[in-house]
Design a binder for this molecule. Structure first.
Ligand code: GLU
Length: 476
């Protein structure tokens, strides 16, 4: 624990999740959020949320809502209301001015045309395209009066910068590789790089846990932190998520937004929570880990260095496990939403114990429950129709008669009745069960047929069988 909390000081852990609201909460973002949240909960620290909405053109309220909604759905709560980066432009500008005053930044008056010419020349000479620091050592008085300027960071030219990354290990970059990038634009607005550093500092962030696509940014952000004399956070850059084909996860691999897993794929939040946890973090061979265990066990040492592969089949299997574990009334409510109007919650709740062992997601669960609310005469699917020939219709008539004689409508008694009939007819039980299933559910797959009879109740079950039986049965 001491090494993970950084310099050894007993500063309480503060993490942040800092999504840019330019789209949905994607799987990678959700995992970053989860790791940050678990790390702070593990250490009894604070988990914070910052919406990085400085790109006003690409940020949308819809994306902000989806991100906040998705995090809440996963059960990730925060210790303060979200901070909106766009509200803090004045503070960011203030820090740029302080850096300027301390000599760690300078004004650059290069015009866009000048910079373009500089880059064209670098291209022609096959040099890396980078600001050539032309205003670093020039006096501001050399600029034309009233000329617009940006503020650039004065990055040390000599030496190197190292990070002891909690996931990547020690990473070193030559300072000469880091450009004197813009902190404050000519119109006075801060750049993203400045905003992140100032916000992390002001929020008291001790651990920056994020995707390793931001590792290079850490080397650009550190010079600001050092120049301001602020404490350096512990960095943990986690490898990106790839698809099963090894390529970076993208839309091509299917749904990438968390809400699509919830709404379209019928995934339970605890399943996605557990799956994301195991995506890049491990604790021995443990597959199923509860939320409380995850908080107790999570550490950055368990985060692997290589990209993890997102495998929807595995998520689905895990989801099946969580469906079997889930409370019946809760599942009934979720299934009722999917089935639309007319779904009886009490009936659905009773049906869950026999439906849930068969389902890997809420869609399958809803499909499996659909027969309960089907209207007579049931529409049969192709297989069920194919199964009900003349012989089977005759059997249905005999079955209906046998069942009518049964007064106690419970699975055991009904099973005994049908078994006796099968014996009497010299047939296997399956010969009777299949036509019954077709008539009762309109399909050829369902929970155990005696459970189906009980769930439907005597009148409905008998009527469904008789709808498809050879002769109208006489009422008893
Ligand atoms: N806003 C950045 C993103 O969504 C994250 C920045 C950070 O974590 O430092 O990729």
């Amino acid at each position: 624990m001491a090494s993970e909390t950084g310099t050894g000081a007993a500063a309480p852990v503060v993490t942040r999740f800092a999504p840019s609201p330019t789209g949905y909460l994607h799987i990678g973002g959700a995992r970053t959020a989860l790791f940050n949240w678990l790390f702070s909960r593990h250490h009894g620290g604070k988990a914070l949320l910052r919406i990085e909405d400085t790109d006003r053109k690409r940020s949308t309220q819809d994306a902000i809502d989806k991100i906040i909604d998705g995090l809440a759905w996963l059960g990730l709560d925060y210790d303060a209301p979200p901070l909106f980066q766009s509200d803090r432009a004045a503070r960011h500008a203030e820090v740029a001015q302080q850096l300027l005053a301390k000599g760690h930044a300078y004004r650059c008056f290069a015009t866009p045309e000048e910079l373009e010419a500089m880059r064209a020349e670098q291209r022609a000479r096959k040099l890396p395209q980078r600001y050539d620091r032309r205003w670093r050592d020039r006096a501001e008085s050399e600029a034309p009066a009233g000329a617009p300027s940006v503020i650039r960071l004065k990055v040390p030219e000599a030496g190197e910068t190292s990070i002891e990354d909690a996931v990547q290990g020690r990473v070193t970059v030559q300072n000469a590789e880091i450009d004197d990038y813009v902190l404050l634009r000519a119109d006075g607005t801060p750049t993203y790089m400045l905003a992140v550093v100032v916000d992390d500092h002001d929020m008291g962030v001790t651990h920056v846990i994020r995707g390793d696509d931001h590792l290079n940014n850490a080397f650009r952000q550190l010079p600001i932190i050092k120049a301001m004399g602020w404490p350096e956070p512990v960095y943990a850059h986690i490898p990106l998520i790839h698809g099963t084909d090894g390529a970076k996860l993208s839309k091509r691999h299917g749904a990438v937004g968390v809400e699509a897993y919830r709404d379209d794929e019928g995934v339970l939040p605890e399943a996605l929570f557990n799956y994301l946890l195991r995506l890049g973090w491990g604790h021995g061979d443990r597959e199923e880990i509860t939320r409380e265990e995850a908080i107790a066990l999570f550490d950055l040492a368990g985060v692997g260095k290589s990209p993890s592969r997102f495998d929807f089949k595995k998520l689905q299997n895990l989801n099946g496990h969580y469906i079997r574990e889930a409370d019946d009334a809760r599942l009934a409510a979720l299934v009722a939403e999917r089935l639309g109007t007319g779904a009886d919650l009490a009936l659905l709740t009773c049906a869950m114990p026999v439906l849930k062992p068969r389902a890997r997601d809420l869609n399958e669960l809803a499909e499996g429950a659909r027969f309960l609310f089907a209207k007579r005469p049931l529409a049969l699917d192709d297989k069920a129709r194919g199964l009900l020939g003349n012989e089977e219709r005759g059997l249905l008539a005999a079955i209906a008669a046998a069942l009518r004689a049964e007064r106690s409508w419970d699975a055991e008694a009904l099973e005994a009745r049908i078994k006796a009939l099968a014996e009497q007819l010299g047939l296997g039980l399956g010969k009777l069960a299949q036509p019954m299933r077709a008539a009762l559910t309109g399909t050829t797959t369902s929970p155990g047929i005696f459970d189906v009879l009980v769930l439907l109740g005597r009148d409905e079950a008998l009527a469904r069988i008789e709808d498809h039986a050879a002769q109208p049965a006489t009422t008893s």
